[in-house]
Design a protein around this ligand. Sequence first.
Ligand SMILES: Cc1cc2nc3c(=O)[nH]c(=O)nc-3n(C[C@H](O)[C@H](O)[C@H](O)COP(=O)(O)OP(=O)(O)OC[C@H]3O[C@@H](n4cnc5c(N)ncnc54)[C@H](O)[C@@H]3O)c2cc1C
Length: 598
Amino acid sequence: MQLSVWRRLCPLGSLFDPVLEKIERTLADPETLSLLDRAEAEERYPDAVIERLKECGLMSLLAGEESEAARPISLWHLAALNVASAQASGSLAITLGVNALALLPIYIGADESQRREIFGQVRGGAFSSLLLSELAHGSNLARNQARAERGVVDDRGEFRPVDDGTPPTHYRIYGEKQLINGGTHHQILVTLLRTRETGAAGAGELGGASSHFTLIRVPRGPGVEPLPRWRTLPAPAADISGIRFAGAIVPAENVIGGEGNGFFLVQQALSISRGGVSALAAGAATRARALAVAYARQRDIYGKPIVHLDAIADHLLRMEALELLASAVSLKAAATLNALGPAAVHYGCVAKLASCALAEEAVAEGRQVLGARALLRDLPYERLLRDVVLYGIFDGTSHVVLEQIHWRLAQSAQNPGGAQDTVTALGRLFQTPPQSLVEVGRRRGRAFVLPIEVHARALAAIPGEVSLEPLADLAQLLLVFTRAARAAGLWDGDQGIRFAAAEIFGQVETLIAAAELADPDRRKALGLPPASGSSLVNIYRFALSWRGGRAAAALRQLWLGSQIAGAEALAAVERAFLLDFQAARALGREALRQTEDP
Ligand SMILES: Cc1cc2nc3c(=O)[nH]c(=O)nc-3n(C[C@H](O)[C@H](O)[C@H](O)COP(=O)(O)OP(=O)(O)OC[C@H]3O[C@@H](n4cnc5c(N)ncnc54)[C@H](O)[C@@H]3O)c2cc1C
C-alpha cells in the first residue's frame, strides 16, 4: 500500500505503531484484497479479513490494553486506521469505522466499571454498533420513537413500570432502528432511546427534546430481533440492517452517562467522529489517485502512455490536489480533536463536509482517466465510484453539517477576533502527541475556532515562497459578505444563502489547513517536521491557485446573486489566486510524466 498523503503530511511526522503497521501490511496483502473482492462481489460480511485484522491486534486500537496507560486509545491511530481501510475497501472501512463511532459515547460517558466490562468484551473480539436512525425520522433524531420504559423488576421477575420520580432498576425497550451498520452481526448495541415523552412545546425539535433521550447498551437476547439486511449501492459487503426491540428488558446499569443525557453524548461523539469520516474520505481519494495515475502511466493508445495527453495529466493533477486538500483538512481535524476533544467540533464538521466532497470530486476525475475501466465490476475503480458517495451521508449528512458551519460563520462575522498569536496556539495543538480518547473525550470547554481572517493574515505574514495574501483577502471578504447578508435580512430568511456561504467557509478553512501542512515555510513556522517523501509543494501551489480561484468565484456569484453591493473586490482576489495557476500546472504535468510515486 502506498504511503498516503494523509500520512506524509501528518503533523506528528511518523505515527509509528506496531499494531497499525501490521494492519496496514495485512490490508496491502494481495490475499487480503482478494478476500475483500470476493466479499464485495458476494455482498457478504467480510469476516475472514476481520479475523486477520484481529490477529494483528485490531481490538487493542479500539479498547486499549488491560491497563489504559499501556496503550491509550488514540484518535490519531483510529483515524490512520480509517485512511488505510478506506484504501482497501469501503465495506471494510465502514465495518471497522462503526466500532470507533459506537464506542465514542463509551469513551466519553461510561463510568469506570462500565468501561472495564465493555473494553473487556471488545478486547475479546466483540464489534459495536450505534443505533440512532429510525426510518420515519431520518436526520431529525428528536422525533425518534424507539423508547425505553422505566421500571423495576419484582421478586417474580415481572417488569413493573414506575413514575418519573422513582429510580428505575430496569428499562423495557420497544421500537425499531434502521440502516444500522452491524445490525445483524455486531454484539454491542449502543442505542439512543426515548425515556420521556415530548410535550407539545418541544415536539420534534431538538431544543425541546434534548433531555428526553438516553443512551443504553442493549445486549442481544430476548426481545432484540435483527431485521433483514438492506442491499446498498456503496459498501455492498457491509451489514446495513435493522433491529426491532420487542420488550427487551435491560438493567439500569446499562445506561451510559445517566438518564436524559443521550442527546448530549451523541452530539459529543459526533463532534469527534465526523473527523474520522473525513479520514475515510481522504483514504478513498488516495486510492482513486493511485489507481488513476498507475493506469495513465501504463495505458498506451497513441504510442505513448496517456499521461502525456494534457487533458489526462490535468485530471490527474486535479486528483492530486483534491487528495492533498482532503488529507490536510482531515489532519487538522485529527490534530485539534486529539488535543481538545469535542471543543474542536468546528474542525471536525469542516473536515467532514470538505473532504467528503473533495473525495467525490477526485473519484469523478479518475473516472475520466480510466474510461470504460472505471465501470467494469471486475476492476477496482468501479467500487470507488459507488463507495465514495456514502461518506457524505452518514454521521450527519452534508446538509446537517452545514447547519453547524453556517452558524459558526455568522458568529465569526460578528466577532472577527482581535490581535492574537494564532500560529503559536495552533502549532501547540498540531504538536500534541496522541492523547487518550477516554481522557480527552470527556473534556469540556468552549468551542475552539481560530478567527479565520486574523489567522489567515498571520499565516500570510510568515515569509514564504507562496503568497497567502489572496487567501487572507478571501477570508476577509467572506466575513464582509456574511455581515452584509445578515444586515439585509437575507441570512435568517434563506437557508440556501447560508449554506452556500458555509460551503465557501469550509473551502477557505480547507485551503488554510493545506497552507499549514503542505507549505514548507508555514509548516516550519508551526514547529512541525517536514512532510515525508518527495515534495508536495507544487501540488499544494496548484491546489491553492485552482481552488482559491474557484472559491473566490463562488463567493462573487453568491454575492452578486444576493443583490448586495460590493462583490467587485472579489475579481482581484480571483485573479491573484490564478496568477500561479499556469506555472504550477505545467510543473505538475511534468512531474506526473517523470516521477514514480514515493
Ligand atoms: C450505508 C449506511 C450506513 C448507515 N449506518 C448507520 C448506523 O450505523 N447507525 C445509524 O443510526 N444510522 C446509520 N445510517 C443512517 C444515516 O445516518 C441516515 O441515512 C442519515 O442520517 C440521513 O437520514 P435519511 O437518509 O433518512 O435522510 P433524511 O433525514 O430524510 O434527509 C433527506 C434529505 O434532507 C436533507 N436534510 C436533512 N436535514 C436537513 C436540514 N436541516 N437542512 C437541509 N437539508 C436537510 C438531507 O441531507 C437529505 O438530503 C446509515 C446509512 C447508510 C446509507
